[in-house]
Design a protein around this ligand. Structure first.
Ligand SMILES: Cc1cc2nc3c(=O)[nH]c(=O)nc-3n(C[C@H](O)[C@H](O)[C@H](O)COP(=O)(O)OP(=O)(O)OC[C@H]3O[C@@H](n4cnc5c(N)ncnc54)[C@H](O)[C@@H]3O)c2cc1C
Length: 579
């Protein structure tokens, strides 16, 4: 059975020592409040939510013949406790019924809940995206009707985008919305893979649905967003039902529903045919949360691997005379544990730093600073989603490897972590699509201006770094050089050959991910070098490991990018079929 201890010391290190939240000029949070939230959220995650994780996996959700869905035992009680203790409303504005605390704090709490039970936290997680879309685009009437109960947690929300023929390419959706004389619409169509589409946690479920108006242009310019509640304002049941739930690899406690809309009443959110913009508001919030899920699963896997390899005795350490030593003495086990530390601690710093940029994009003093913060969030969102979930999964697999055969059987729970972690690489835009978003929208579209601003920021940190952390600054500067070269190559070659961009995009996402974590490690190492205690000494050692092991591959990634698309695209589609 996996156990979970919230990494409170490391979270406090990032929030207070790295980000300086306690005396931040624009996002100040009282130091005692930070400590209280970290401690209380940790206690809630470990004591109330973590015990659900195994049960959720074993029981899954059940759909009944009337279309209703029951969540695993304990979910209803835990959800009630989650709502009562206010964990879902931390960062929502007071004007909307939230607590008005910075997003960066809510993001730290989100990691704990994801580690404790990823499937449970998906119900509330998607609701945050629906709330963001309603705040940004909803009419006064719609927000008055739905926002207070979504914010309070009395109702939960969904994002119903995907259809059988329309996954990545949402321009292909077919669900239709016919205008109704009373100003509402009637929606007809089938959505698949709708997380939390039906459940027993709340009385009402508010679906945010993409559909087409009768005269809509083809493709993504013709999609609109609608609010479709399960229960209508007059208390009657809307014509939206769960037709089936998927039997899937992991996150069994999250009901993944096929939803039928049979002339269901809905209300337009934002402009007609403007659904894509509204959808991106939901998606961007969800993509950052996905990166946090990658981190959370890696952290859970790491903690359990450490416990196992400290106990399990196989083989001897060099020079040992014991019959056998714990696995943790072996360098190859250390390799895996150090990779996991380097990733989780670096990723935690990056996720929280980016969450702080979201706060700054609203709270910084000047328009210029707010816009700069927003641009950096835009650049790093696909990196956090794609790189963060790829490495989160790889970490989960490596930690499973530490268990040998015992990691493969269900008893120790490591195979559940691997199964649960896998989905974050797929949903909210599969990682290949994140890489394309990075290369095409975030890099090539503005000729690399925002990317260059980011690279200059990292380079500046290398230039001014303390001599004591040269061991990170020197290889990091080389990685900046490689990334600049790769960015230039992609921008220049994309004009000549659009496939060149697609062929290099995945390597570019990984390159920026390694670089961004390297930047975090440089900053953490500088802080750690000034302290003299075991926590900071371990940080410094992990920074050294990161510099030696995670930065050198940046050069290889650039060479991969510069290889272009020719060999990758050389075969005709039929040549892939074996004969
Ligand atoms: C457990 C689970 C929960 C989900 N929850 C929700 C939800 O709540 N709401 C919702 O609307 N959807 C949800 N989804 C759907 C999810 O977002 C989609 O599965 C995902 O966006 C990919 O779509 P697809 O499955 O149709 O794959 P496809 O779009 O068919 O893609 C298949 C592969 O092709 C690649 N690909 C696609 N297009 C391109 C391209 N142009 N260039 C290069 N590569 C490309 C992709 O990266 C992917 O690797 C969920 C899915 C799962 C599994």
């Amino acid at each position: 059975m996996p156990t979970y201890t919230p990494p409170a010391r490391d979270t406090r290190f990032v929030l207070t020592e790295l980000l300086g939240l306690a005396d931040h000029p624009h996002v100040p949070v009282d130091a005692d409040l930070i400590d209280t939230i970290v401690a209380e959220a940790g206690r809630f995650a470990a004591e109330v939510i973590a015990p659900l994780n195994r049960v959720a996996d074993e029981q899954g959700c059940t759909r009944h013949s009337d279309g209703s869905v029951t969540t695993p035992s304990g979910f209803r009680e835990a959800y009630r406790a989650y709502v009562e203790s206010g964990w879902g409303t931390l960062a929502l504005s007071e004007a909307h019924g939230g607590q008005g605390l910075p997003h960066v704090l809510a993001t730290a709490v989100e990691e704990y809940l994801d580690s404790a039970c990823h499937a449970f936290n998906m119900y509330a997680g998607l609701t945050h995206g629906a709330v963001a879309a309603l705040i940004a685009k909803g009419s006064e009437e719609l927000t008055a009707r739905y926002l207070p109960k979504l914010v309070s947690g009395e109702w939960l929300g969904t994002m119903a985008l995907t259809e059988a023929q329309a996954g990545t390419d949402l321009g292909l959706i077919r669900t239709r919305a016919e205008p109704h004389p009373d100003g509402s619409y009637r929606l007809t169509g089938e959505k698949i893979f709708c997380s939390g589409g039906e459940h027993d946690l709340t009385d009402n479920i508010v679906h945010l649905v993409l559909a087409r108006l009768p005269d809509a242009p083809d493709g993504s310019r013709g999609i609109s967003l609608f609010v479709v509640p399960k229960v209508l304002p007059d208390g009657s049941r809307n014509a939206v039902t769960c037709g089936a739930i998927e039997h899937k690899m992991g996150v069994h406690g999250s009901a993944t529903c096929a939803m039928n809309f049979d002339g269901a009443a809905g209300w337009l959110v934002g402009q007609a045919n403007g659904g894509l913009a509204a959808m991106f508001i939901m998606m961007n919030a969800a993509r950052l949360s996905c990166g946090n899920q990658g981190l959370a699963q890696a952290e859970l896997a790491y903690q359990n691997a450490v416990a196992y390899v400290s106990e399990r005795k196989q083989g001897r350490a060099a020079g040992s005379t014991a019959p056998a030593d714990p696995l943790i003495v072996h360098p190859d086990i250390r390799r895996m544990l150090m990779d996991a530390r380097a990733f989780t601690e670096g990723m935690r710093a990056l996720v929280l730093w980016t969450a702080l940029q979201i706060d700054l994009s609203h709270r910084a003093e000047s328009e210029l600073e707010r816009a700069a913060a927003e641009a950096l969030v835009g650049l790093l969102t696909p990196v956090i989603k794609g790189f963060g979930t790829d490495k989160g999964f790889e970490t989960a697999v490596a930690m499973q490897q530490c268990f040998g055969g015992h990691g493969y059987i269900a008893e120790y729970g490591m195979e559940q972590i691997v199964r649960d972690a896998r989905v974050a690489m797929i949903y909210e835009g599969a990682n290949g699509v994140q890489a394309l978003d990075l290369a095409a929208r975030k890099l090539a579209r503005d000729e690399g201006q925002v990317a260059e601003r980011f690279l200059a920021l990292v380079e500046g940190a290398c230039d001014t770094a303390d001599g004591a952390v040269r061991f990170v600054a020197v290889p990091l500067r080389e990685a900046v050089h490689e990334a600049r070269e790769a960015a230039r190559w992609l921008i220049d070659n994309a004009k000549r050959d659009p496939d060149a961009l697609g062929a290099g995009s995945y390597a570019f996402m990984e390159l920026l991910g390694r670089l961004a974590l390297g930047w975090m490690w440089l900053r953490m190492a500088e802080i750690a070098a000034r302290k003299d205690d075991p926590f900071h000494a371990a940080k410094l050692a992990t920074a050294r490991y990161y510099a030696e092991r995670w930065l050198p591959p940046c050069a290889t990634l650039t060479r991969q990018i510069e290889a272009g698309a020719e060999a990758m695209m050389a075969l005709r589609p039929e040549q892939f079929v074996r004969s």
